[in-house]
Design a protein around this ligand. Sequence first.
Ligand code: FE2
Length: 377
Amino acid sequence: MSVLTQKETPSPAVMEDFLPINGTDYVELYVSNSKQAAHYYKTAFGYQDYAYKGLETGEKNTESYVLAQDKIRLVLTSPLHSNSEIGRHIDKHGDGVKVIALWVDDATDAWKQTTSRGAISFMEPTVEEDEHGRVVRSGIHTYGEVVHIFVERKDYKGLFLPGFTKWTTTYNPPTVGLKYVDHMVGNVALGRMNYWVKFYEDVMGFKNILTFDDNDISTEYTALMSKVMSSGNGYIKFPINEPAAGKKKSQVEEYLDFYEDEGVQHIAVATDDIVDTVTKLRDRGVEFLRVPSTYYDTILDRVGKIDEDLTPLRELGILIDRDDEGYLLQLFTKPVQSRPTMFFEIIQRKGARSFGKGNFKALFEAIEREQELRGTL
Ligand code: FE2
């Protein structure tokens, strides 16, 4: 962000961030068994007990477990009866992300700003209160059935949201060092990437900060295109992928086939020590994509000097990439539910603000080997 001196008159584009976002507030997944999913995210990914809503708190229709790790909050919600909207969502998509909640100072204004620019309302500004204060939430639709909920919590001292109680259990595996949501990627249908790019530009005031075309992201068989959208202050980054023509079915098409819609492809979570984090995740049963060990033969020629020893990176299969500003270390899990849809990325940034373009080829070949095994390539 540029620093303005007194004499300069800022252009309207510089002045106006009509949707200031403080960060990711929470991510809510609709899952078929929230109780077991909560156990999985605690055991495998090191999330901690945080908050709960269900029969014991007077909620008759749904059960939600909220798990936290540093700044990340995951909400896992299941229906308690048949014929529910959440049940229909799960039947169509399998487990997946329903809500990307964004922390704002004024949820009413966020809703007005976005709906007046063409967003379809999901939730009109709604005040929820309990003895800890008041929260205002509002929401809009985005790609597929995903929604953005704006959360205003400046007048709230409670743990999470009204209606939730503190959740504690005797089973508390340690964290693995995950810190915050770095970015969340959407897979959209063929020909729809630019539509959603324009949506984020026009409706939410985001900027397209990076573009990858099928020359950047293609292997012998598959291709995709991607544009990265960033909020005005850069706190929120949403890459949007669409499939591109290739000899065989791309990973984005596989996702769209199995999710039966556009949706969230991956959640990238940041760590300050990826070797430690990935060691713990592997020990706790998280499965990662593997690139061939030959990837490491020439890696330092490509990325130059790095602070880390190459040996543990090679052993753990951690990928490295460099841009003008620094380098990054990253690794991708296999899908975390039955359908080959959503997965997680673990990322450590050492100055780089990009997304690992140099790894795309090796990575997509690794994904293709998995697709081959699934018979979906
Ligand atoms: Fe990513």
